[in-house]
Design a protein around this ligand. Sequence first.
Ligand code: NAP
Ligand code: MG
Length: 405
Amino acid sequence: MSKIVMKTPLVEMDGDEMTRVVWKMIKEQLIEPYVELKTEYYDLGLVHRNETDDQVTVDSAEATKKYGVAVKCATITPNAQRVEEYKLKEMWKSPNGTIRAILDGTVFRKPILVNGITPYIPTWTKPITIARHAYGDIYKNTEMKVPEGAKAEIVVTDKDGNETRALIHDFKSGAGIVQGVHNIDKSIESFARACFNYALDAKESLWFAAKDTISKTYDHRFKDIFAEIYETKYKEKFEAAGIEYFYTLIDDAIARVVKSSGGFIWACKNYDGDVMSDMLATAYGSLGLMTSVLVSPDGKYEYEAAHGTVTRHYYKWLKGEKTSTNPIATIFAWSGALRKRGELDGIPELMRYADCLEKASVQTMEDGIMTGDMAALSKLPNKKAVNSEEFLAAIAERLGKLMEG
Ligand code: NAP
Ligand code: MG
């Protein structure tokens, strides 16, 4: 069989620890036998980020803007302990944060469903995708403790120096706390457009929810921006695709989500998305089965696994032990990126290959062969926990058959 030839290079962002080990195995065993891989390689491993003063992260994000599609391995976000461990020049920022800021992107997280692993809510027979607005609100807040007798106000000074004031609270009867948060229209607009584009791409309806009944200016602004962009730019496209957009109060959204069968996209404000994406990951099963894609408002894509570098497994691997690290979310990052590349470049064989890779992965798990994290959840009677190498070999075998067929 001749290998599938690519046109435009895929931006490849290598990473750290156990996921870096798994990354190489996936390429060698599952991809390179079928695809003449054409990537522009960026080593985002912490050692190389440190050597380049983190310039490599910026360069990889710029390359994503240029080529349109990237696939990223999990990376270490340094803390004090990592600075020591890797003898870093600086506590470099989170690569994901840097890339997100450059692409002005929104993160979509979607679980992979497999027979045998039943979500805690058994009626969720289709995946629920969460879109989290990754700018502002409490993540860029200013907060203070306030002593008794003090008065807290919001003061906005316009460009001519005129002040507008509003009382937050008069703390005359006791001490307390105060917090200031903000968001910007442009960021909310980018978020809305990324959500509408993603929904059209996935052919799934989009829900957006906030607390506009209580937050009549702040949350209401989000609601209005979504509504305006939808009415003027997306309504017709949504109708043609047979999907819908609707806004509802966050309380109502929660009730609907729990009673739903899945198969839609749920756009969330920053905090709601943070909390709800963790809730969904747990409710659907394992973090090893959660995929993630960063989408910019002008349609650039960066695919990755939602989990981290699985440090504990890496230290076992360094001692020569076999680990049962789940490669599924990383495999789906590759398949997602290759499918998108195939779609943009008009290479149907590449899209078919991506489908086969995903199918082979799911088939393997449904045949009862899986890594330890999934075996702990699976209800299949014939389930068998294997190490990563054995698992990849079982996927490779099925992939070979599917590609022949
Ligand atoms: P983590 O790497 O996701 O791992 C947390 C635990 O979850 C693991 O110890 C493991 O549990 C389980 N787990 C996660 N992924 C798994 C997989 N594929 N297969 C099997 N088990 C899996 O999170 P962390 O330990 O908090 O962070 C480790 C490093 O990753 C940190 O340096 C952090 O900065 C980085 N990180 C990067 C990203 C990213 O690049 N997007 C995201 C999150 C964290 P057991 O140990 O019980 O087996
Ligand atoms: Mg969270």
